[in-house]
Design a protein around this ligand. Structure first.
Ligand SMILES: C[S@@+](CC[C@H](N)C(=O)[O-])C[C@H]1O[C@@H](n2cnc3c(N)ncnc32)[C@H](O)[C@@H]1O
Length: 513
C-alpha cells in the first residue's frame, strides 16, 4: 500500500537508527557563533525536524533541550517507533506521520526557532524542495535557524552515473525481489559493468574503489541512499537559490573542521578564495578545492553578524566538555589535504584542563585563566578542532541541563532497557550538551546493571553474559565467535573494566550515568 503515500521514496525496509549531532540546538549555536552569528534560541524555543527517520536524533534532542519539538516523517513505521521513544522520554515531542505537503496544510503549527532536515534534500522530489522552502517561509521566525544536509557537486560528479545504473537496474530487473537481493544484484551488475572496462570508468578512475566502499555498507542504508525514485544531487549555489524564497541566508558550516583551512585548503587555494568577494561564489568555489560531495549547511532567516568583541564575549562564556577519555583523544586529524599532527604544546594542556575535576564542563574563560600562556585564538581553534573530531562538545547552561535531566534519564533508561533485545540505538541523551553521546549495546547493559545496584565491572559483565545466554548469543572478537562461557566472560570483564575506567567518568560528567 505504501505506493499510495511514498512518492517513490524507498519504504520496503525501515531506515537505520543513527544519531546526528548537527540537529542539536547547542551544537548549531556553537557552529554559528564560531562564524560570528548570534542565535536567539531561548528556553521556550520551538524546534522542528523534517523527515526524522527512526526518530533517534529528534527524541534525544527533544529530551535534552528545553523548548518544544514538532517533527514529521511520512513513514508510519518510523513515526510509530519515534513516538514510542517520545512517550518513554515524556518530552512531549509531537511526532507526526505527515508528508511535507501535508505538514504545510496543517493549521495548528507555531512559528519555529529552528527547522532542520538531515539526509532528506537529495532524496526527495523538486516539488518537495518547494514544500520545504515554503514551510520555512511560512513557519520559520525571523532570526530562526535552518539546517540542511545534502549530496552535492562537484564531489559526486564522477559517481553520479553509478547511482543512475543502480536505479535503472532496480527498475527494470530486480524490483520484485527482496531488499537485500535488489541491492545486491544492482551492485553486482555495476561491478560487472566496471570489470568490462567501459570508457566512462577509464575517464573517471577509481570507480572500483568507490563501489567496493559501497559494498561494505549496510544494505538498508544503501537502499535508502541509492534506490529512491528521486535522487537530486545539487550544487551548493542551487540549494541557496531554492531556499531564497524563504528569505534564508547561508551563514555557516555544521562541520567544525571545515573552519580549519590548514587541513583542507592549500595556500594557493586559500589565496584564490580570499580574492573572491561574493560569499556565495566563494563558498561554491571552495567546494571545487575540496571536491565536496556532502554538505551540512546552516542558514539564518535574516543573518545578523556579531561584532568581534561580542562574539568573543559569547564564546568565552561557552562551556566545553570532553567526550573521549583524555588518553584516547587522537593527536592528529585528517582533512582533505591528508593527516596533520596537532600541536602537543596546546592540545595536551587543554585536554588536561578539560579532564580536571572529573571532566566537569569548563567555560573558555576559565580555560584561559588556567592556561594564561596560550592565546585566545589558539585555544578557540583547538576547541573547534576537538569538537570537529567529536572529542569534545559545547555545553548548554547548567540551568537548562537541570531542566531537562528528568527527560534524559527516562529516555536513556528506555534505550538501555531495549538493549537487552537489540543494539539498534547506539546513543544516549546528555542534558549537559543538549545532544547525544555514543554508547554501545554492551555499555548500555553495563549502565543498566549498575542502575540495578551492581557495583563491580565483574558483576556488570556477568549480567551481560546472562542476557546473551538467554538469547543464545555470543561475542565476536576479531571476526571469530567466542564459544565458551570462559572466553565470553573474560572479554566482557575486559570491556566492563575499560568502561569503568574510561567511559564512566565521562558519562558521569555528561550526566548520562
Ligand atoms: C534518508 S532518511 C533520513 C532520516 C533521518 N533524518 C536521518 O538522517 O536518520 C529520509 C527520511 O525522510 C522521510 N521522507 C521522505 N520523503 C518524505 C516526505 N515527502 N514527507 C515526509 N517524510 C519523508 C523518509 O521516510 C525517511 O525516513
Amino acid at each position: 500500500m505504501s505506493e499510495l503515500w511514498s512518492e517513490g521514496y524507498f519504504t520496503d525496509v525501515g531506515y537505520t537508527y543513527g544519531y546526528y549531532r548537527e540537529i542539536s540546538p547547542v551544537f548549531q549555536r556553537f557552529c554559528l557563533l564560531v562564524r560570528g552569528y548570534e542565535t536567539n534560541v531561548t528556553a521556550d524555543a520551538q524546534h522542528c525536524e523534517l523527515g526524522f527517520g527512526q526518530g533517534v536524533s529528534v527524541n534525544i534532542h527533544a529530551a535534552a533541550n528545553p523548548g518544544a519539538y514538532i517533527a514529521t516523517d511520512f513513514n508510519p513505521s518510523h513515526s510509530a517507533h519515534a513516538n514510542k521513544l517520545a512517550v518513554a522520554a515524556g518530552s512531549g515531542a509531537q511526532l507526526y506521520d505527515d508528508s511535507f505537503e501535508q505538514l504545510l496544510e496543517r493549521s495548528d503549527l507555531p512559528q519555529f526557532d529552528s527547522i532542520s532536515l538531515h539526509g532528506i534534500w537529495t532524496w526527495v522530489s523538486l516539488e518537495n524542495h518547494k514544500y520545504i522552502a515554503e514551510f520555512a517561509r511560512r513557519y520559520l521566525k525571523p532570526g530562526g535557524i535552518f539546517y540542511v544536509s545534502y549530496n552535492c557537486f562537484p564531489g559526486w560528479s564522477p559517481a553520479y552515473p553509478l547511482r543512475q545504473l543502480f536505479a535503472l537496474h532496480d527498475r527494470y530487473v530486480a524490483s520484485q525481489s527482496g531488499v537485500n537481493q535488489r541491492v545486491e544484484s544492482a551492485l553486482m551488475f555495476t561491478k560487472k559493468l566496471l570489470a568490462a572496462n567501459p570508457l566512462y570508468a577509464k575517464a573517471v578512475g577509481n570507480l572500483d574503489g568507490r563501489l567496493d566502499g559501497m559494498m561494505k555498507q549496510d544494505r538498508n542504508y544503501l537502499a535508502h541512499e541509492y534506490f529512491n525514485r528521486e535522487w537530486n544531487c545539487m550544487y551548493f549555489s542551487d540549494v541557496v537559490d531554492a531556499l531564497a524564497p524563504a528569505k534564508l541566508d547561508y551563514v555557516a558550516t555544521a562541520v567544525p573542521l571545515d573552519n580549519v583551512n590548514a587541513v583542507n585548503i592549500s595556500a594557493d587555494g586559500a589565496d584564490f578564495l580570499n580574492q573572491i568577494d561574493h560569499s556565495i561564489l566563494r563558498e561554491q568555489t571552495r567546494d571545487y578545492f575540496v571536491n565536496q560531495q556532502f554538505r551540512k549547511d546552516l542558514y539564518l532567516r535574516g543573518a545578523v553578524s556579531l561584532n568581534p568583541v561580542e562574539q568573543r564575549k559569547k564564546l568565552l562564556l561557552t562551556s566545553f566538555v570532553l567526550l573521549q577519555h583524555v588518553d584516547k583523544v587522537s593527536l592528529s586529524i585528517t582533512g582533505v589535504l591528508g593527516k596533520i599532527s596537532l600541536q602537543e604544546a596546546i592540545y595536551k594542556p587543554l585536554m588536561a584542563v578539560l579532564s580536571d575535576d572529573n571532566y566537569s564542563p569548563k567555560s573558555l574563560k576559565n580555560i584561559m585563566l588556567s592556561l594564561p600562556k596560550i592565546e585566545y585564538r589558539m585555544l578557540l581553534q583547538a576547541l573547534v578542532v576537538l569538537v570537529g573530531m567529536g572529542a569534545a562538545a559545547p555545553c548548554q547552561s547548567d540551568a537548562a541541563a537541570r531542566q531537562v535531566q528528568k527527560h534524559c534519564d527516562s529516555l536513556n533508561s528506555y534505550i538501555c532497557d531495549c538493549s537487552e533485545f537489540c543494539g539498534d540505538i547506539q546513543a544516549l541523551a546528555s542534558p549537559v550538551i543538549g545532544a547525544g553521546v555514543a554508547v554501545g549495546r554492551f555499555q548500555q547493559l553495563f549502565l543498566r546493571s549498575r542502575k540495578a545496584g551492581k557495583k563491580l565491572p565483574q558483576e556488570w559483565a556477568e549480567y551481560v553474559w546472562q542476557v546473551l545466554v538467554s538469547q543464545n548469543q555470543r561475542l565476536i572478537k576479531e571476526g571469530k565467535t567466542l564459544e565458551t562461557e570462559e572466553e565470553n566472560l573474560k572479554e566482557l570483564i575486559k570491556q566492563a573494566e575499560t568502561f569503568s575506567s574510561e567511559q564512566l567518568p565521562l558519562l558521569k560528567a555528561l550526566r548520562v550515568a
